[in-house]
Design a protein around this ligand. Structure first.
Ligand SMILES: [Zn+2]
Length: 351
């Protein structure tokens, strides 16, 4: 092979000079769990402060898991390290710093507030501390962050009710919605009345579905759970009728390519069904879900998709715009971000 000139590839320095800087793309980040954004060094320090020795197998990604269960174990060990108001405040500030440095302009971050609150014997403390940290981080780093509170399907209806109460209580500080997550084989029906009440209280709804379970879970998320967006949702492709439902109702899916690969749900980025979701006419945003597991920030996620799927920057900008449009941000914020995406594409193209 030595003397033979390799075929030009997207990794060539020449080619990479021809593509735009994804760090400068103004991004909306809609599906990311705060507990899965904690810096490795921060987690070790926070753990030490709470008398917990965190092994590198928990703190230092990237990781590759053999299914959802192994990921959930790592995730619960991370969550267990977080104990004091300062722990929660710190990870929220650092989230803002890291996202802003990566070119995210608007984020909807998910936080499992009631689970931490119940675990620590003070229901509101973790969320109060996170909101304090986000306020500080937004001021310092010039990023807009809103919060979604999630609830595991394996947990009780009573806990979901407490989660909704917390969301309403902190709505004026930037909590905007509720999401049901966790094992998708657990039915949503028991939670439906509380989710309806949440919607009536002005909260937005986005549920995980079509990740570990099939298209029926996506149908359930929309019809029973009232989802306005679907987290992951890629397995919707198993049923054309559910695909048609999402398309007709314009329910966007929050695709997280590297997360699906890291959790062993999809073999590789190149084999991800993202192109088929777009070809089916669905509205698709691109997200990280669990950046400390994948080792990829949102810019790196875009880069992985651009090279793994062979996209040009027009395709990149299309998904960046769809991410903005899928967000729960006010119209003015969305218009400004979309214009920024156009500038990124136009200015760098020399137009
Ligand atoms: Zn998720």
């Amino acid at each position: 092979m030595g003397a033979k000139k390799p075929r030009a590839s997207r990794d060539d320095p020449f080619y990479s000079r021809c593509v735009r800087d994804l760090g400068l793309l103004p991004k909306a980040h809609l599906h990311v769990h705060l507990e899965s954004t904690v810096r490795s060094a921060t987690l070790v320090e926070i753990g030490a402060g709470n008398g917990i020795e965190v092994p590198p197998g928990v703190s230092h990604g990237p990781f590759r898991f053999d299914g959802f269960r192994a990921f959930a174990d790592q995730n619960s060990r991370v969550r267990d390290c977080l104990r004091t108001p300062e722990d929660f405040r710190r990870i929220a500030v650092e989230f803002c710093a890291d996202e802003a440095a990566d070119g995210t302009r608007y984020a909807e971050v998910t936080f499992t507030a009631a689970a931490h609150g119940e675990r620590l014997g003070d229901l509101a403390m973790p969320l109060a501390a996170v909101m304090e940290g986000l306020a500080e981080g937004q001021r310092e780093h010039g990023i807009t962050v809103r919060v979604l509170l999630d609830h595991s399907r394996r947990q009780s209806v009573a806990r979901l009710r407490r989660t909704v109460e917390l969301a309403v209580r902190f709505a004026d500080q930037g909590v905007i919605g509720i999401g049901v997550a966790g094992d998708e084989t657990y039915p949503l029906a028991p939670f439906a009345p509380v989710l309806r009440a949440a919607r009536e209280a002005g909260l937005r709804l986005t549920h995980h579905a079509g990740e570990s379970a099939g298209a029926a879970s996506v149908l359930e998320a929309v019809v029973v759970g009232g989802a306005e967006r679907v987290g992951h949702g890629f397995r919707v492709l198993e049923d054309p009728e559910v695909v048609a439902l999402l398309r007709e109702r314009r329910v966007p899916v929050e695709v997280c390519v590297s997360s699906n690969v890291a959790l062993g749900l999809v073999p590789s980025v190149a084999e991800h069904p993202l192109p088929r979701l777009l070809a089916a006419g669905l509205v698709v945003s691109l997200n990280t879900d669990v950046p400390n597991v994948t080792g990829r920030s949102l810019s790196r996620e875009y880069a992985a998709v651009r090279s793994g799927l062979g996209w040009d920057d027009v395709a990149v900008a299309r998904v960046a715009r769809a991410s903005v449009e899928s967000s729960f941000a006010p119209d003015g914020v969305r218009a400004e971000l979309s214009a920024g995406v156009d500038r990124w594409l136009g200015v760098a193209a020399g137009a």
